[in-house]
Every structure is written in C-alpha cells, then in structure tokens.
Design a binder for this molecule. Structure first.
Ligand code: C2E
Ligand code: CA
Ligand code: CA
Ligand code: CA
Length: 282
C-alpha cells in the first residue's frame, strides 16, 4: 500500500476544529466587544540600561474575552482591520494610553514615555490628527510623552501620504518611531524623506546576536545608521544577558524585552515602576 493512502496529507484534527470555531465566534462577537469595551492595554517597559531607568512603556492591546480569556493581538487585529473597527478601537487605545500617562504623572513619574502602535487603516483615516489633537487637549499631557509606532511596511504603501501624515502628527509635538525596523524589505531611501524620532530594531535581529558574524554585522549597521541619522534606537526582544552586553558595547542603551519584563497589566506596571524606582534611588 502506498504511503499516500496510509497517511493523508491533511488530517482535520480536533484542535483545528476548535480553532476554526473560535475564529468564527470572534468574528461574530467583535462588534459587540467594541461596544462593551472588552479591549484593554498591557504595558511593556522600555529601559535605558546605561542610566538604569525606565524610559517608557509600550501599550499592547489585548481582547479580554469573557470566555476565551486574554486574546493576543495577532488573533484579532486583522479582524478589527477588515471590519474598519480599528479606527474606533485605535482611538480608545490612544485615549487610554494618554490617561495612563497622566496617572503616572500624578504619581510623580513625569518623564515616562508611552508608545502606541498605529495600524495602516488609522493612518489613512482623515480624523486621526484631529483625534490626537482632541485627546492631548482633553487629557492635558505633554505631547512629547506620546510616541506613535508605525512599521516600515506601512510607509511603503503610499509614502507621500505617510510623509505628510507623519509631519502633521509631529507638528502636534508627538514623536514617531519606526517599528520592526529592518523587516520591511524596503529601500532605505524613504529615510531621507521621512521625519521620525526613533527606530525600533526588530527582535529577529536582536535574537541573532552572537549566532554568527553576519547577524552581528547587520545589527551593528542598523545602530550606526540610526546614529548617523540622529535617531534614537530601541532594541526589541531582549531576552538574554549576551544581548544586553552586545547592545551596550555598540552604544544602544534603550531596550525592551522579556529579560526585563513581559507586557504587564496596569496594576503590575505600576508595581514595576515603584519597585524599579526604589531599587535605583534607595
Ligand atoms: P510589536 O509592536 O512588534 O510588539 C512587540 C511584540 O513582541 C509584543 O507582542 C510583545 O509581547 C512581544 N515581545 C516583547 N518582548 C519580547 C521578547 O523578549 N521576546 C519575544 N519573543 N517577544 C517579545 P504582542 O503584545 O502579542 O503584540 C503583537 C503585535 O500586535 C505588536 O507587535 C503590534 O504590531 C500589534 N499590536 C499590539 N497592540 C496594538 C495596537 O494597539 N494597535 C495596533 N494597530 N497594533 C497593535
Ligand atoms: Ca510596536
Ligand atoms: Ca516591534
Ligand atoms: Ca511586530
């Protein structure tokens, strides 16, 4: 008997079935979840390892589903994008993030930056700049506290539109960072036309540190490119001691990753801020 008959190429496993059913449920419930505000933010610290301080947090969206529990963004962002709900959820996200900045300020942490991810749909929305303006005015926070993260691949879609959009955002005093830097398979020429404040080195590069000369050379070049363009650099996905020493040797001192902390709930992030602060000053 041939192998082909013995082993079908694809078995419809029970796991696949439940994953499929979950996807259908999520698709059906996504509208309700927005009205019921089931979306919450987790916060992952960004540290300056040279100055031994927390420089900011990245706000990461979670769907707190009544039955499935905490759902990660890769399972629902595409759904929010395809339904257009991302514009509304994105607005709530920026608002919550700014309210958190204010709460931290009120607790004496007034130099903490908040990074918020934007999707391509939001950047194409005509209301975005007005929304940002309204939130800043309402929450009365220093716009410098807020950093918008956009990925390289978004810029490629329509670079003229994005160059204008990012200029408008920066006119408000908000900073802009290029996320997942180096993964967009892009020509770097956009960097000469685009005004941004920082880049985030994608975790795939950080994780290759020490695994070969080529990987090391690439990450060194990214850091040096950023330096020459006068951009701040943040390394993502820092998990091990050897990542830290390599980054410090190459003068990249801002880092984010599981080595320091996973994304935290609001409560945990507050605890983290207080203990980190005590550890350093006490
Ligand atoms: P991202 O912006 O690249 O976010 C970093 C992701 O890496 C986060 O996953 C984080 O949990 C994970 N991470 C952090 N440190 C480490 C590490 O040391 N090792 C490893 N292996 N992973 C690490 P998360 O929270 O699942 O978010 C995934 C993506 O979803 C984000 O990627 C971002 O593109 C998107 N996303 C999250 N929140 C939002 C949002 O509010 N709006 C939009 N448009 N996208 C969002
Ligand atoms: Ca990000
Ligand atoms: Ca990233
Ligand atoms: Ca990413």
């Amino acid at each position: 008997m041939s192998d082909r008959l013995n082993k079908p190429c694809y078995v419809f496993e029970k796991n696949d079935e439940s994953r499929f059913l979950k996807e259908i449920r999520l698709e059906r419930e996504v509208f309700k979840s927005v009205t019921e505000e089931q979306f919450i933010l987790h916060y992952q610290p960004i540290v300056n390892q040279n100055q031994n301080r927390i420089v900011g947090f990245e706000a990461l969206l979670r769907w707190d589903h009544p039955e499935f529990g905490m759902i990660p963004p890769n399972e629902f962002i595409p759904l929010l994008e395809s339904t257009g709900l991302i514009v509304q959820v994105g607005y709530q996200t920026i608002k919550k993030a700014c309210q958190q900045i204010k709460t931290w300020e009120q607790n004496g942490f007034n130099d903490i930056k908040m990074h918020v991810n934007l999707s391509v749909r939001q950047l194409f929305s005509e209301e975005l700049v007005l929304q940002l303006e309204n939130i800043l005015a309402k929450e009365k926070i220093n716009p410098k506290r807020l950093t918008i993260e956009i990925t390289e691949s978004m810029i490629m879609e329509d670079s003229d539109h994005f160059i204008n959009m990012l200029d408008e955002i920066r006119k408000l005093g908000i900073e802009v960072s290029i996320d997942d830097f180096g993964t967009g398979y892009s020509a770097l020429s956009y960097l000469t036309r685009l005004n941004v404040d920082s880049i985030k080195i994608d975790q795939s590069f950080v994780q290759q540190v020490g695994c070969g000369d080529k990987g090391d050379a690439v990450i060194k070049s990214i850091i040096s490119l950023a330096r020459h363009l006068d951009l701040n650099v943040i390394a993502e996905g820092v998990e091990e001691e050897r990542h830290i020493s390599f980054l410090l040797e190459n003068e990249c001192s801002e880092m984010q990753g599981f080595y320091f902390s996973k994304p935290l709930t609001e409560y945990e992030a507050n605890q983290y801020l207080f203990t980190y602060h005590q550890k350093v000053s006490g």
